[in-house]
Design a protein around this ligand. Structure first.
Ligand code: NAG
Ligand code: NAG
Ligand code: NAG
Ligand code: NAG
Length: 463
């Protein structure tokens, strides 16, 4: 019994382990692509060199994405585990305009200051940082491997493409580099969200959600009922008008996306605190055909699990919309209104959502109203190559088949130096998470695949 208890304590400790690092700052120019703006500011980066072979050990470099970098350092266990094996130094760099890497302090996201938030500026920050980590050596000593998940995965791949002299290779996990206009059908993402609910939950769970939209809309249009929802769903704010109701529906839609993305086989607090297999857990309330109030009660329980699994939240803050959770990604809306235009739509036929078409004109107008800028549909493709990767090398793209972002992922091996790995049972960059006893074998294979390539790139660098 004691043995079992000890094993339990050890595994719990592993899952909960906190990685230790030093927090540092690095000075970068506000504008890498012109000489007129002379301001500089500091980006944050986190370092651990406990395992590092200081002679010639590799540098594992996480290209930070849209959020505070600590979150990614704490959840990218794969890098920590591999660092020990490869005697690598770990560096996690924060993306400008996120976390505390703010060029204009708390006024950075104002319309007149936000203009230097682009992926190219962020990559140029990372390039300067890598050059600094190499002591500005003309012939760098340490092989640098870039890692990233999601937008961070796109950046890892782009980093290798744009700066191959600085980066020996890149692991691009769940990187939707094909999620740009003309490359992927706009309904791909929500189809995968839907199939996650159908497969990990049930057909019935999926169709209950599909029917819930009109049920909620009709029900909430009556003030007495709207007040019932406010109380029974424990909403922080009452539903006073149709725009409140729309916000609540948008919140639900984004909850379903998040649940599909982080449908990991172990409990995780990556985006929000959730149990193992959260889709299965929330679907237990919706596994039989439900109508009217019963359906609303089921969705209410689902919402409670999503927002209050750790029993710390007082009420459902539905007005936070897609900003809900641990990731402070407020700058992302600007990025998607400029260079990161990812068309999304729903049909209501192949997915469980209300139909909503992709209308770039409307999208542009909304961006203009909010930020005084018009998005460039083709910017990302022209800058980074879209699906024309023939001239790139030393990148592994991984995708989990259960991950909605896989809809824009790379699945075809281009040649022996651009490879892809499929994780059949994987949600959003599961391969970057710390290894866990509940891991499916597909993710173990993917991690070995990554390590084989990292080894190869390091050898090539040393030759
Ligand atoms: C922004 O920062 C300034 C200077 O540190 C401070 O005085 C001000 O209260 C802050 N404003 C907000 C909205 O946090
Ligand atoms: C709203 O719903 C309540 C409770 O179901 C009902 O008594 C009332 O008549 C409805 N009000 C309107 C305006 O339909
Ligand atoms: C797209 O949006 C624009 C601007 O809001 C509108 O004028 C146009 O009719 C919309 N197109 C379609 C096909 O709905
Ligand atoms: C794959 O791409 C790399 C990088 O451009 C190139 O050196 C190599 O020749 C390509 N291999 C094949 C088989 O096309």
């Amino acid at each position: 019994m004691w043995d079992k208890l000890c094993i339990f304590i050890i595994t719990t400790a592993l899952v909960k382990s906190e990685y230790k690092y030093e927090t540092k700052y690095f000075k970068v120019p506000l504008d890498h692509f012109g000489f007129q703006r002379k301001e500089t500011f500091q980006i944050k980066y986190l370092v651990n060199d406990d395992f590092w072979d200081r002679g010639s050990g590799p540098i594992f470099f996480y290209t930070g994405n849209e959020g505070q970098i600590e979150l990614f350092a704490q959840h990218t266990g794969f890098m920590w585990e591999a660092a020990e094996e490869f005697n690598a130094k770990l560096v996690f760099a924060e993306h400008r305009y996120y976390g505390t890497s703010m060029p204009f302090g708390n006024a950075s996201l104002d319309n007149n200051n936000i203009g230097y938030l682009t992926s190219s500026q962020a990559l140029a920050d990372y390039a300067d940082l890598v050059d600094f980590l190499q002591d500005h050596a003309v012939t760098p000593k340490y092989p640098v491997i870039a890692f990233g998940g999601s937008y961070g995965g796109m950046l890892a791949a782009y980093f290798r493409q744009k700066y191959p002299h600085l980066v020996a290779g890149a692991i691009a996990a769940s990187a939707p580099i094909h999620m740009f206009p003309g490359m992927t059908p706009c309904d791909a993402y929500y189809r995968i969200v839907t199939s996650a609910f159908k497969i990990d939950g049930s057909q019935q769970c999926m169709s209950n959600i599909q029917n819930s939209w009109s049920t909620i809309r009709n029900f909430a249009s009556n003030a007495t009922n709207a007040e019932w929802l406010h109380k029974n769903w424990n909403l922080c704010d009452p539903l006073k008008n149709s725009s409140d109701v729309q916000q609540l529906l948008d919140f639900l839609q984004s909850a379903y996306q998040t649940l599909a993305m982080v449908n990991y086989p172990f409990p995780s607090d990556f985006l929000v605190p959730l149990p193992a297999y959260p889709v299965r857990v929330v679907c237990q309330y919706l596994n039989e055909k439900l109508y009217g109030n019963k359906l609303l009660e089921g969705i209410g329980k689902l919402l409670d699990t999503f927002t209050n699994y750790d029993k710390k939240s007082k009420c459902v803050d539905y007005k936070k919309g897609s900003d809900y959770g641990n990731l402070d990604a407020s700058g992302w809306d600007y990025q998607s209104c400029t260079e990161m235009v990812m068309p999304m739509c729903t049909t209501g036929k192949h997915d469980m959502f209300e139909p909503q078409e992709w209308n770039f004109t409307k999208y542009s107008e909304d961006c203009y109203k909010r930020y005084n800028v018009y998005p460039l549909q083709d910017a990302a493709r022209v800058t980074y190559g879209g699906d024309r990767l023939q001239a790139a090398s030393n990148i592994v793209y991984s995708n989990g088949l259960k991950d909605p972002w896989a809809g824009g992922g790379v699945f075809n091996t281009v040649n022996e130096s651009i490879e892809t790995v499929l994780i059949i049972d994987g949600a959003h960059h599961l391969d970057l998470m710390p290894s866990n006893p509940a891991d499916p074998s597909s993710v173990k294979i993917a991690r070995e695949f990554h390590k084989t390539h990292i080894r190869r790139w390091i050898q090539k660098f040393r030759k």
